[in-house]
Design a protein around this ligand. Structure first.
Ligand SMILES: Cc1cc2nc3c(=O)[nH]c(=O)nc-3n(C[C@H](O)[C@H](O)[C@H](O)COP(=O)(O)OP(=O)(O)OC[C@H]3O[C@@H](n4cnc5c(N)ncnc54)[C@H](O)[C@@H]3O)c2cc1C
Length: 365
């Protein structure tokens, strides 16, 4: 009998592993690392997030820049459909053009098409050499200019952005010192990872960037962890400050500076006095928009922000999924024809609407 928390031995030749859907991301990472490999997705919820949940939400996180989101790691899976049918494709073949890709259909389906029970995952090389730079900048345009140059580094592994308000909140929550002698409107965190120490190429890159207000680089574990804390402690620091309206959006990179500038006044109009905290994954134009002190205007804030994002040709859910909370705004990101097609797929696989009713596709329409 196999269990949902089983970890099969790592297949080093294929650089793949098959695990139960209940295995946490942290356990999967430790299992891969013990075999000299690594897993391509990482995010702050690693100790609680399960492989099944990560697949169902097509989770992203801090390494999408290098390895893609969760669906790009999945080479096969087993799932139970609403009528009890078990569909299973766990061979992990690198090439397999034999019809509809049911694995990818289930990835990102938010539990609406089947229950994922087992997953075959691609693994990546372990990269022990790491260097992190925290950079202070005058604006989002400057962060994008540095990113465009940083993308030339084969070792670039992460590019995260955060802003002065969020960093101030993190500093008081986590009792962290100031990263620089002066405060900056924007902070860009770059991480490089390679088989050997990438510090020199990161320093060389920083030397070429006229936009830098200030920068600090760390390659030892303690120093890297300290720099990451300014970015990674955002979620906890925000939750400690109140119950935020949490939105997770993305726009084309060219539209990002405009969105960042327009978000606070857009929120202010519907929720005067609310605090808008932004941070996210710069390379994917993905901003986590957290709004504190909205009072009773939570729905108005969500509506205003998601409409602004749609006006910038963006996505109302970049990596957290649509769930029930955002189902009514799906038409801002997907066309009527796309939504009708999704409903036909749902009706074919789950005609009685047993699986996660109301999630992704709003009920009763
Ligand atoms: C601190 C924090 C940081 C985070 N950072 C990121 C981030 O950077 N990037 C990102 O993308 N996400 C992030 N998340 C969200 C995270 O990806 C999801 O919370 C997590 O991956 C979901 O896994 P879970 O096991 O908790 O699933 P749950 O929250 O339990 O479920 C999520 C959805 O998946 C469905 N589901 C769960 N298991 C299965 C299954 N076996 N089969 C079918 N459907 C299933 C559920 O029905 C539900 O609709 C973060 C969350 C937290 C708390």
């Amino acid at each position: 009998m196999t269990r949902l928390v089983d970890l099969e031995p790592v297949d080093v030749l294929e650089a793949q592993v098959t695990v139960g859907a209940g295995v946490t991301l942290e356990k999967l990472q430790a299992h891969a690392r013990a075999a000299g490999l690594d897993f391509g997705v990482d995010l702050a919820a690693r100790s609680a997030a399960t492989v099944g949940g990560l697949v169902a939400t097509n989770a992203g996180g801090i390494r999408v820049l290098r390895y893609g989101s969760m669906r790009h790691q999945v080479t096969g899976l087993s799932a139970v459909l609403a009528d009890g049918t078990v569909v299973s494709r766990l061979t992990g073949l690198a090439k397999d053009n034999t019809g509809y890709d049911l694995t990818q259909l289930l990835a990102g389906s938010e539990g609406t098409l089947g229950i994922v029970t087992r997953v075959r995952l691609r693994l990546v090389p372990q990269l022990p050499g790491r260097a992190v730079a925290l950079i202070g900048l005058a604006g989002t345009e400057d962060a994008l200019a540095v990113l465009a140059r940083a993308r030339r580094l084969p070792s670039l592994a992460a590019a995260e952005v955060c802003y002065a308000e969020g960093v101030a909140l993190v500093r008081s929550y986590a009792s962290l010192g100031a990263p620089f002698a002066q405060s900056f409107p924007v902070y860009l965190l770059l991480e490089c990872a390679a088989g050997t120490d990438p510090t020199d190429e990161l320093l060389e890159l920083l030397g070429e960037c006229d936009e830098l207000g200030d920068a600090t680089v760390a390659s030892d574990v303690a120093g890297r962890t300290r720099l990451w804390a300014y970015r990674e402690a955002h979620t906890e620091a925000i939750s400690a400050a109140g119950v935020p309206v949490k939105l997770d959006v993305s726009v084309p990179l060219g539209a990002l500076p405009g969105l960042v500038a327009e978000l606070p006044p857009t929120v202010e109009k519907v929720a005067p006095g609310a605090r808008t905290i932004l941070f996210g994954h710069l390379n994917e134009g993905n901003l986590h928009v957290n709004v504190l002190d909205t009072g009773t205007a939570g729905t108005e804030v969500t509506d205003a922000v998601l409409n602004l994002v749609a006006a910038h040709r963006g996505s109302i859910s970049s990596e957290h999924g649509v769930g029930r909370a955002k189902a009514r705004w799906l038409e801002l990101s997907r066309s009527p024809a796309e939504i009708a097609t999704m409903r036909r797929i749902k009706a074919a696989l789950d005609p009685n609407g047993l699986l996660n009713p109301g999630v992704l596709l709003a009920a009763g329409e």
